[in-house]
Structures are given as C-alpha cells and as structure tokens.
Design a protein around this ligand. Structure first.
Ligand SMILES: Cc1cc2nc3c(=O)[nH]c(=O)nc-3n(C[C@H](O)[C@H](O)[C@H](O)COP(=O)(O)OP(=O)(O)OC[C@H]3O[C@@H](n4cnc5c(N)ncnc54)[C@H](O)[C@@H]3O)c2cc1C
Length: 463
C-alpha cells in the first residue's frame, strides 16, 4: 500500500482502488486521463458509441461547426493552459485567439486519451458498451452493461452529458407523418428528403439552432428555414477581445442589484467584458443563491444570460447573418400552439410575440433545437433510472440534472451525498450552474480525479 493510501486508511477515509466512468465524452475521458496523471485507481471507461473522447459536442462532422470559445481557453488540462493552443499551432490550425473546428477539438481529445491509454497498460480499460444498471452496496458499486458484463468497483462516476430534450409542448411525434419530426438535431437524417420548396421549422433559436441552420446550408438545402422561440433571441457574436475587466470585489448577490451593477459596468466596459468578468464569481453566486432566487433567475433572466454568455464564433455569426440577409433564415419570436398534420407536412400555429392573433406556417420538417432541457424524472436511461429508483440519485431542486454536493458526489433521496457515487459535467448544473463549458468542467474533473486518487490531502506533505 502506498503512503497516500496508508494515510487515508489510518484516517478512516474512503480508498478507491477501482472506478467505473460511464460516458467517454469530454468529462468522462478527461477524468480517466487525470486519474492516470495522479496515479489514481484502476479506471474502466464505458462508452456506448464507437468513438471515445468526443461526446456530442466534438463529434460534429461538419467543418462549419466551430468551437464557440477561443483555442487559448480550451486546454483540457487545468495545469497546462496553453496545451490546446500549442496543439493547434503545431498543426497550423491557428493560435490561442482562433476559433477552430469542433471536430478538430475532438481529434485533440481523442489523441490525449489514446496516449494516456497506451501508457496506462491495465490501469485503464476502455469498454464499448452501454451501462444499464448500477447497484450500490456498502463495499462496492456493481455496474451492469448491456452486453451482460458486471463490473464491481469502488466508485462510479456518471459522465453521461446532457439528457436529450423532450418534444416541444403540444407536439406529439406519433401524430405526425413519418419523417416530419427530427428529435435529434445532430442526426444527419435531418437534411434528408428536403426540396427547395420546403420550409423547415427549427424550434429554438440558440446554439443548437445555429448548428442545424449551418448543417442545412452546408448540405445545399435551398428552401426556407424558420427558427422559432418564445423571445426569438439569437446568441450574440464574439468580437476581438478587449482589455480584461478590472473587477476586484465580489459582485452583488441580490439579483436586482447584480443586474443594475452589470448594466452600469456594461456602459463603461461594454457588455461582453461586463459579463466575462463575472465568470470567476458565477459558481459562487449560484452556490450562495436560495432556491427561490435560482428559480427567478431561470424564469426571467436565463434566456438573456444564455445569449450573452454563450457566444458565436465571428465566422459563424457572419454566415448566419448572410443567411438571414438572403431571406433563407428567419428568426421569429412566438409561442407554438398547435401542430396539425397536412399532406406530407404540418401546419404549425403559433402566436407571434406581442401579437394578438395566431399565425400559421406550413412546414415539411420540424427539428427540435430546444437544447439540453431534459428532465431527469422523465428520463428513460436505464442506468440513471436504476440509481433513482434505488434512492441513490435524485433530480436537483431546479430539475436541471442530477443533485450533487460541492464535491460532485451524488445526493440521494435521503438528502445525503454518497462517497462512492459522483457525477460530472452538464448534469451537475443544478449545483454549480456554470459547468457546461470546457474551462469549468476541466476544473471539476481535476478536483474529482484528485479526490479519487487521494491526491487532495496535503497533510502527508508536511504543509
Ligand atoms: C453542440 C455543442 C457544442 C459545444 N461547444 C462548446 C465549445 O465550443 N466550447 C466549450 O467550452 N464548450 C462547448 N460545449 C459544452 C461542453 O464542452 C460539452 O457539453 C461537454 O463536452 C460535455 O461533455 P460530457 O462528457 O459531459 O457530455 P457528452 O459530450 O454528452 O458525453 C457523454 C457521453 O456519455 C455517453 N453515454 C451516455 N449514457 C451512457 C451509458 N449509459 N453508457 C455508456 N455511455 C453513455 C454518450 O454516448 C456520450 O458520448 C458544447 C456543447 C455542445 C452540446
């Protein structure tokens, strides 16, 4: 037994010799890499897709799908901030200020994972299968795989990414003609079977909508695209970075005071800097907010926050503007009210924002671009269901994902965090809010890896 494990055992702390990680997107793959870097427990990384280290975001097949964060902020490694920018520079893809292809970021992650796996020998096992159950005992967690294998491990980490969105309210997929409704915006089939006379409705006007509009454009779709959301807000573009904000003091914690503060700083610094300088404080603000404050933020401010905080690469914004200027893409504010099948398409009745009468649009296809809004209580994912049914996991109070404590440990039905169960990434938004992009997830992953490796204790160092 190593010195770290010996110290931990003497202090009565949990020692992890083996861990199963479900999901090999950014979060799960990076956890495996960091566990190895910290000489942590044996890890089994389970992924149901054929490719590891990409996940939903970085599988993006099309070159027009760019990162919405500059390369200089996209290092996977918290302790080597220039790692990705250097990787790009070495391949002639750009420098720290570039917005590179998401696919290339996937290649970067894939390479990093491959290199780690090659060095790890039997300390890392990659298993292509689906985790379908998790039985939690006092001494171990047993993870069941669809292929029949059962893995007995000391800890389980859930890194399954966002839950898929539900159909928009009022839309019953079974009541529509066969290929009208596209529930998965990244399915290549979204563009199939369309002609120049068709209209496609994108429900949602955020980053997912932008991806689908670009995919339709790239596939040569010459018809009309209408993107509809309650407020019709489009993500704002990045511009060349200005001087960093000069905020030293903590922002106000009362939402109305914070809003006034941000507005006044935006007048002085520009809105981008005023939003960006909140970044180091956002998790703290969320953690200290009451559930009532969180609900009010989600109800009233979230759409505005999302479009100012999660921005478009300048090249992407320019293409979207060009599509709008050419009349090929319309952004509409309004609320869908009914979907009535007609011919090979659907009449969509909606109430335009601010209007007092409904409008109707005949569309050939409807693509769900509402983004990661899945409700855990409605999830059909067997592994998550098994954790919820056994009381070892529950939805957070705002129903944004899984409830976790400050150490990213799953909180069960009894309100207690379990020392053998962890979750990472966007599913932990209820606890941290600002935990959907690489710069935040890599910090969370680093911390959890150090905990699993017993590397977070400093007393043995004599400090
Ligand atoms: C389209 C898009 C673009 C983005 N662009 C950026 C960006 O430019 N910059 C940035 O900083 N952030 C970006 N993000 C945000 C962020 O980087 C991602 O959300 C992040 O990659 C999340 O990774 P993840 O591993 O938690 O989830 P995912 O990437 O969703 O990975 C989860 C993996 O788990 C697997 N899985 C799920 N259930 C099971 C199971 N039961 N058994 C086995 N495997 C399972 C899935 O197949 C999947 O591969 C983007 C997100 C999206 C969706």
């Amino acid at each position: 037994m190593g010195a770290r494990a010996l110290c931990a055992r003497r202090a009565g702390r949990m020692i992890y010799k083996s861990v199963a990680i479900v999901g090999a997107g950014f979060s799960g793959s990076l956890l495996a890499i960091n566990i190895l870097r910290h000489a942590g427990p044996h890890a089994t990384l389970i992924e149901r897709r054929p490719v590891f280290g990409r996940g939903t975001a970085y599988t993006a097949p099309h070159p027009s799908h760019l990162l919405n964060v500059r390369a200089g902020n996209m290092s996977a490694l918290s302790d080597r901030p220039a790692h990705f920018a250097d990787w790009c520079a070495a391949r002639g893809l750009g420098d720290g200020g570039s917005f590179v292809q998401r696919k290339q970021y996937g290649e970067y992650l894939g390479e990093l994972l491959e290199r780690s796996a090659a060095r790890a020998g039997e300390r890392l096992r990659l298993v292509q299968d689906e985790a379908v159950s998790a039985a939690v005992g006092d001494d171990a967690v047993t993870v069941g795989l669809a292929g029949g294998e059962r893995l007995r491990v000391d800890a389980l980490v859930v890194a399954v990414g966002n839950l898929p969105p539900h159909p928009p309210p009022g839309l019953d997929p079974a009541a529509l003609p066969g290929d009208v409704y596209a529930p998965d915006p990244w399915d290549p089939g979204v563009v199939e079977g369309l002609t120049a006379d068709d209209t496609v409705l994108l429900v949602g006007t955020g980053l997912t909508m932008v991806d689908v509009a670009l995919s339709l454009d790239a596939a040569g779709f010459a018809g009309r695209i209408v993107a509809l959301s309650r407020r019709g807000l489009l993500p704002r573009p990045h511009v060349a970075p200005g001087p960093p904000g000069d905020r030293n003091e903590k922002p106000a914690t009362v939402a109305s005071a914070l809003l006034a503060e941000v507005r006044s700083r935006a007048d002085r610094l520009g809105w981008r800097a005023a939003v960006d300088e909140l970044r180091p404080f956002t998790q703290g603000l969320w953690l200290s907010a009451t559930e009532d404050q969180r609900s009010r933020f989600l109800r009233h401010l979230r759409p505005w926050w999302d479009v100012h905080r999660h921005r478009l690469a300048p090249q992407v914004a320019a293409r979207i503007e060009a599509m709008m200027a050419a009349g090929r893409l319309e952004i509409v504010g309004g609320k869908p009210r009914a979907y009535t099948p007609r011919g090979s398409g659907v009449d969509v009745t909606y109430r335009p924002r601010g209007a007092d009468a409904d409008a109707t649009l005949h569309v050939r296809r409807i693509v769900n671009c509402t983004g990661p809004q899945g409700d855990l209580a409605r999830s059909t994912e067997p592994a998550l269901k098994s954790l919820i049914e056994s009381g070892h996991a529950r939805a957070d109070a705002q129903r944004l994902g899984l409830d976790v404590d400050a150490q990213s440990r799953l909180v069960g039905a009894n309100g207690q965090a379990h020392p053998r169960l962890f979750a990472l990434g966007p599913m932990t938004r209820g606890a941290f809010w600002e935990i959907v992009a690489v710069p935040d997830i890599r910090t969370q992953v680093w911390t959890v890896a150090r905990r699993l490796a017993q590397a977070h204790w400093v007393e043995a160092e004599g400090l």
